[in-house]
Design a protein around this ligand. Structure first.
Ligand SMILES: NC(=O)c1ccc[n+]([C@@H]2O[C@H](COP(=O)([O-])OP(=O)(O)OC[C@H]3O[C@@H](n4cnc5c(N)ncnc54)[C@H](O)[C@@H]3O)[C@@H](O)[C@H]2O)c1
Length: 350
C-alpha cells in the first residue's frame, strides 16, 4: 500500500495516522473540510508536522462533494482509502440527527463510490464501539448483535458498516470496519471527557461528573489505534470488522482521579444525572484483531494519561509535542510569552 488517502486528516486520529503513514515512507493525501465542530486552528496545528513533509498533500474539501472526490481519487490513485471523516461524538448527535446521517452515512456513500470508480483495492472505515449499544454482554465481540443503537451517532456508524458491506458484496471491494473504543491521547478532541476534565481540573474549575462515576470506558491510546489501522490496511480480507480497543475498561471516577493526580491538583467534582445516549460500559474483546492483525495495544491507561497531560501542558502555549519531546528551550520561550491560566496550570508548569 504505497499511496494512501485519509479522510478526516486534520482531526485527532486522522492527523496521527497521517504522521505515522508518512514516517512509514508512504505517499499520503489528506482530505478534510475543517468542520467547525471544534477550532479549525487546532486542526491546522494537528497537521503541522505532516504539512511540512514532502510526501503529504492536503485537500480542503467536503467528502459530500462526490464529483470532487472522484476527481481527487482518479488523480491520486490510492491503494487504500482510510475513511475517518465524520461528525463524531454521541451527545451532539441527539440534537442534530439529520446532520449526522448526512455527514456520516451520505459521506461514506460518497467515499465508497469514489473509491470504487478509482479501483481502490482496500477501503477502511472508522466505526465505533457505540454500535454495540448499551449491551450487557461484555467484553463486546464483533459477532455480537449491533441492532440496538442508543444514539443517532451510533445508528449512523451502523449504517456506514452496512454500506461498506454492500460495496464488498456487489463490487468485491475489500472493506474493513474498525470499531474504535474511546480513543485518547495528544491532540484529543476538545469535546471528549479526558480533554474537558483535564482543562477544568487544571483551571481549578468544577468538574461535572455524570452519574455515580461507575460508568466505564475502554480507553485506547491513539497511537495504538493508529497501529491497528495500519495493520488492518496491510491485510485486506474481503469484508471484515475488528474491535480496536484496549480491553481494559476504566471507571469514570478512576479516570478523573488519574488526571488530577497527573496534574497534581484536587478536582472539584459536581455530580450530575446520567446523560441520555450514554452507555454504561464499553469493553472490547480484541481476540480477532490480535489473531488476524497482530494488534497489541502497548500503552496502558495511566501511561497514556501521563503522556496526554504532558502534551496538554505544552499545547496551552501552542506547542504540539507529538513528534518528539518538547525541547526545554521551547517551554522557556512559551512560558515567557504567555500567562498560565489558573493555579493548577501554574503548578503543572513549575
Ligand atoms: N475519538 C474517538 O474516541 C472515536 C471513537 C470511535 C470512533 N471514532 C471515529 O473516528 C473518526 C475520527 O474521529 P476523531 O476523534 O479523530 O474526530 P475529529 O472530529 O477530530 O476528526 C474528524 C475530522 O473529519 C472532518 N470532517 C467532518 N465532516 C467532514 C466532511 N463532510 N468532509 C470532510 N471532512 C469532514 C472534520 O473536520 C475533522 O477534522 C470518526 O469517524 C469518529 O466517528 C472516534
Amino acid at each position: 500500500m504505497r499511496n494512501v488517502l485519509v479522510t478526516g486528516a486534520a482531526g485527532f486520529i486522522g492527523s496521527h495516522l497521517c504522521d505515522r503513514l508518512l514516517r512509514d515512507g508512504r505517499q499520503v493525501m489528506g482530505v478534510d473540510n475543517f468542520d467547525p465542530f471544534y477550532s479549525t486552528d487546532i486542526k491546522r496545528r494537528n497537521l503541522g508536522w505532516a504539512m511540512a513533509h514532502k510526501n503529504f498533500a492536503m485537500i480542503h474539501e467536503d467528502i459530500l462533494n462526490e464529483g470532487e472526490m472522484c476527481r481527487v481519487l482518479a488523480d491520486f490513485r490510492p491503494d487504500a482509502v482510510i475513511h475517518l471523516a465524520a461528525k463524531a461524538g454521541v451527545r451532539p448527535s441527539l440534537t442534530d440527527p439529520k446532520g449526522y446521517m448526512v455527514a456520516n452515512v451520505a459521506g461514506t456513500a460518497s467515499m465508497l463510490e469514489a473509491s470504487r470508480r478509482a479501483g481502490v483495492s482496500h477501503f477502511l472505515l472508522a466505526s465505533s464501539s457505540s454500535v454495540y449499544g448499551d449491551s450487557e454482554y461484555t467484553p463486546f465481540k464483533e459477532t455480537h448483535r449491533t441492532d440496538s443503537s442508543v444514539s443517532p451517532y451510533a445508528a449512523s456508524k451502523k449504517a456506514c458498516e452496512s454500506l461498506a458491506h454492500s460495496f464488498h458484496h456487489v463490487y468485491g471491494m475489500n472493506t474493513t470496519c474498525l470499531r474504535f473504543f474511546t480513543v485518547f491521547g495528544p491532540r484529543q478532541r476538545p469535546d471528549l471527557a479526558i480533554a474537558r476534565f483535564t482543562d477544568l481540573i487544571a483551571k481549578d474549575q468544577p468538574v461535572p461528573v455524570f452519574g455515580d462515576g461507575s460508568t466505564s470506558r475502554d480507553y485506547t491510546f491513539v497511537l495504538d489505534t493508529v497501529d491497528g489501522i495500519v495493520r488492518a490496511m496491510e491485510r485486506p480480507k474481503g469484508y471484515s470488522i475488528y474491535n480496536l480497543g484496549n480491553s481494559s475498561p476504566v471507571s469514570l471516577s478512576d479516570m478523573v482521579a488519574a488526571i488530577a493526580e497527573e496534574l497534581g491538583c484536587t478536582p472539584r467534582i459536581v455530580r450530575m444525572p446520567d446523560q441520555a445516549g450514554d452507555v454504561r460500559t464499553t469493553f472490547a474483546d480484541i481476540t480477532a484483531a490480535v489473531r488476524d492483525l497482530g494488534y497489541r495495544p502497548a500503552t496502558g491507561f495511566r501511561d497514556g494519561i501521563r503522556r496526554y497531560v504532558k502534551w496538554f501542558r505544552a499545547a496551552q502555549f501552542g506547542v504540539d509535542t507529538c513528534n518528539g519531546d518538547l525541547p526545554t528551550s521551547a517551554v522557556t520561550v512559551a512560558v515567557g510569552s504567555s500567562q498560565p491560566s489558573g493555579r493548577c496550570m501554574q503548578a503543572a508548569l513549575d
